[in-house]
Design a protein around this ligand. Structure first.
Ligand SMILES: C[S@@+](CC[C@H](N)C(=O)[O-])C[C@H]1O[C@@H](n2cnc3c(N)ncnc32)[C@H](O)[C@@H]1O
Length: 319
């Protein structure tokens, strides 16, 4: 599932990458691409059973707006890199539309991983998460009581983690899982989805400055977060994860694999769209995550290619 090429030609300093960047910076062309891509994405998702528009209608309630007020920490400072358009939303992750569409977009994303198979969106999502959890079982800490899911978005990753570890808990030491995100809109939706109150806390903070004490967690995860970050932010978050982990604990990452032949061979329309909606792509696809983890003090056992598009990395803090 890898090629000898370390990254796609459409990212970094290659000529193709520069051409794509120029196309993205042409406003009329970008607006047209964005509109068409949105329509295709929603239509394809709904054709595959993902209730995209209905989900947005269902989530848009007065209670949701109250949750936003309750969850927002007015002291949070948004870094500049976060206050740019993401995923074709001009307010990035800081708006209701991004939060309402996050779950259907996540379900649709998992369906694209195994195009040759006829999977329901639920089965594809479970398989995606399970592949990550299997690596965690093999390489992660033996005892997991306290879990921090950084960049938890609307809580899909947080709930899947919690439900993996909670059944193993002893009554004396129950599993406590925390979801943290910079977007209070995402957190409001996450809290509404957590209908059984399984998650101990939904925290509005930057992953670079979580506010938790040293050595508070056994496991910290970042699922589909690093590709949304400039490398300086990733490095700062790795240092923060190391600080809040107990010795013997682990930071586990799941994200796009720059060496994936599928990602490297994406059709031009798709990679142009991907770059245009994810502003830190060039930084992510040319960044050595493993080296950055080692620099932050972690030990790693190498990358695991958990599906045709994604990689998992488990980095341990020495016990
Ligand atoms: C693609 S979503 C993650 C999805 C989720 N973890 C999952 O696997 O379903 C990326 C999330 O990271 C959050 N994020 C980005 N930068 C962040 C930062 N510096 N601190 C905290 N959250 C951040 C965004 O607000 C967004 O909700």
């Amino acid at each position: 599932m890898t090629t000898t090429k370390l990254k796609p030609d459409w990212a970094g300093d290659d000529l193709l990458s520069k051409l794509v960047n120029r196309a993205i910076q042409t406003p009329a062309l970008y607006a047209l691409m964005k509109r068409q891509a949105r329509q295709v994405m929603i239509k394809t998702a709904e054709k595959n059973g993902v209730p995209w528009r209905q989900t947005c209608v269902d989530l848009d309630t007065p209670e949701m707006r109250q949750r936003l007020d309750q969850l927002t920490d007015p002291a949070v400072v948004y870094p500049d890199y976060y206050q740019v358009p993401f995923h074709a939303y001009s307010e990035g992750n800081l708006c209701w539309q991004a939060a309402f569409e996050a779950a259907p977009a996540t379900y649709a994303m998992a369906l694209r991983i195994w195009p040759q198979e006829t999977l329901t969106w639920q089965a594809a999502q479970t398989r995606l998460r399970q592949s990550f959890l299997t690596v965690l079982d093999q390489q992660g800490p033996a005892q997991v009581h306290d879990i921090l899911d950084l960049g938890c978005s609307v809580g899909i990753s947080t709930l899947s983690l919690h439900r993996h570890y909670a059944p193993r808990q002893s009554p004396a030491a129950p599993v406590r899982t925390v979801g943290l995100d910079l977007s209070p809109y995402m957190l409001a939706v996450a809290q509404a989805q957590d209908t059984q109150g399984e998650i101990a806390q939904w925290v509005h903070a930057a992953a670079e400055a979580t506010g938790f004490p040293d050595r508070a967690f056994d496991l910290v995860t970042m699922q589909f977060v690093t590709h949304e970050l400039p490398r300086s932010a990733t490095q700062a978050i790795f240092r923060e994860a190391w600080r809040v982990l107990r010795p013997g604990g682990a930071l586990a990452l799941l994200d796009n694999n720059p060496q994936s032949p599928v990602i490297q061979a994406l059709p031009p329309v798709l990679f142009t769209l991907m770059k245009s909606t994810e502003p830190w792509s060039d930084d992510y696809y040319t960044f050595d995550l493993e080296a950055a983890l080692v620099e932050a003090g972690f030990e790693t056992s190498g990358v695991v290619l958990t599906d045709p598009r994604h990689r998992t990395l488990v980095a341990r803090k020495r016990g």
